[in-house]
Design a protein around this ligand. Structure first.
Ligand code: FES
Ligand SMILES: [Fe+2]
Length: 388
């Protein structure tokens, strides 16, 4: 058995996928749903979505970004400058990267390892472990300052299965395990993300609404049309198996090779190698599971509804990482890069321009777009209190 096959897949998924390929069927939602075009361009909607994001645990880092105590990364998320650090006890803390003196950016590097964080404006320093205020240069020229009350502001942060989530609501009552739920955890555990290596990392800022980027990555109806001769030849269009896990969901799609194996009667044993899945962690992250690597997307909205950014990383479990696997992962990035930058994103930019030109009416999500429907239904529940 190859190392790749150690990541198991529910035999029911393989069975259903094979049935769909035989019958030319796919999983279906009960009915179409419609989403107002306005939701892609309206600044008030964007503000409401960002307010919702700030009430949910959000994926901000991977274990391998900060494996050792003192390791840190800085990044700006939803307009908030963050300093994410590994603590001495192995936990992760997220600070607002803002000095308690007069607002300087405390850490200016993108990543590194420090015990002490010093603001370069007037030299106030903070403990990387705990975030407490440590020293104040020229302290005698200030009134007495209660150091205990002038540490770095922090946000609730939790790591599970090598994924680091920040919760801006600082809702101490909600644990991450509860938010993800047992089904999502069961999907994540075999990937050993905590011992995976980031083989490739890319960032893009695009003139599209964040929801178009997520929709594009889970769209089951478009490969053969938008990606002929490329991704469209590699993966089946409009054939999929979908699972819902509370707010989250997972879409399983078949590679076209599986159709050949079905015809040859070899699909059941080899199925998992030719089924890829996309685990959508509500609201803005996607973990696309291929046999040898995990492709992680996190999409960030902007206060301007016409803009969004996306972080893409390819992770490989350390135990199976060989130069040959790394070469294949880079090859798969080249295929994705072409599809995304030459085909998906230009179409999404056109859609965004069209939405601005005519922000009335609705967009339709058909019955086979089960995972896209699930996302938009959940957004409607959370933002409008309605069932689509
Ligand atoms: S703003 Fe940071 S030390 Fe003054
Ligand atoms: Fe696409």
């Amino acid at each position: 058995m190859s190392a790749a096959a150690q990541v198991t897949m529910d035999p029911e998924i393989v069975h259903t996928m094979i049935e769909h390929l035989r019958e030319n069927t796919t999983d279906l939602a009960p009915h179409d749903i419609q989403v107002p075009v306005d939701h892609f361009v309206n600044p008030a909607r964007a503000a409401a979505e960002i307010a919702l994001f700030k009430r949910l645990p959000l994926l901000v880092a991977y274990h391998s970004d900060l494996p050792e105590p003192g390791d840190f990364i800085t990044k700006t998320v939803l307009g908030l400058p963050l300093l994410i650090t590994r603590q001495d006890d192995g936990s992760v803390r997220t600070y607002l990267n803002m000095c308690s003196h007069r607002g300087g950016r405390v850490e200016t590097q993108a990543r590194g390892n420090r015990r002490v964080l010093s603001c370069r404006y007037h030299g106030w320093s903070f403990e990387a472990n705990g975030g407490g205020l440590r020293t104040i240069p020229y302290q005698k020229s200030f009134d007495p300052i209660d150091k205990a009350r002038h540490g770095l502001q922090s946000y609730q942060t939790e790591e599970r299965h090598g994924l680091v989530f920040v919760d801006f609501s600082n809702d101490g009552g909600r644990r991450l395990a509860e938010y993800l739920g047992p089904q999502v955890e069961a999907q994540l555990a075999p990937w050993q993300i905590e011992s995976s290596v980031v083989v490739l990392e890319k960032h893009f800022t695009l003139d599209v609404n964040w929801k178009l980027l997520v929709d594009g990555a889970i769209d089951v109806l478009h490969p053969q049309f938008l990606h002929p001769g490329g991704v469209g030849d590699l993966i089946e269009t409009n054939i999929g198996v979908d699972r819902r896990y509370g707010r989250h969901a997972q879409h399983f799609g078949a590679r076209t090779k599986l159709r050949t194996l079905v015809q040859e009667g070899r699909a059941q044993e080899l199925g998992t190698r030719y089924i890829a899945s996309n685990l959508v962690l509500y609201p803005n992250s996607m973990l696309i599971m291929a046999p040898e690597h995990l492709e992680c997307w996190t999409v960030w909205p902007d206060a301007d509804p016409n803009r969004a950014s996306v972080e893409i990383r390819f992770l490989v479990r350390r135990e199976i990482l060989t130069p040959e696997v790394e070469r294949r992962v880079h090859k798969s990035w080249e295929i994705l890069e072409h599809a995304a930058t030459q085909e998906d994103w230009p179409m999404e930019v056109w859609i965004q321009q069209n939405c601005r030109a005519r922000p009335s009416g609705t967009f339709r999500y058909g019955r086979s777009e089960v995972t896209a429907q699930h996302l938009h239904r959940q957004l409607a529940r959370d933002l409008d209190g309605i069932e689509l």
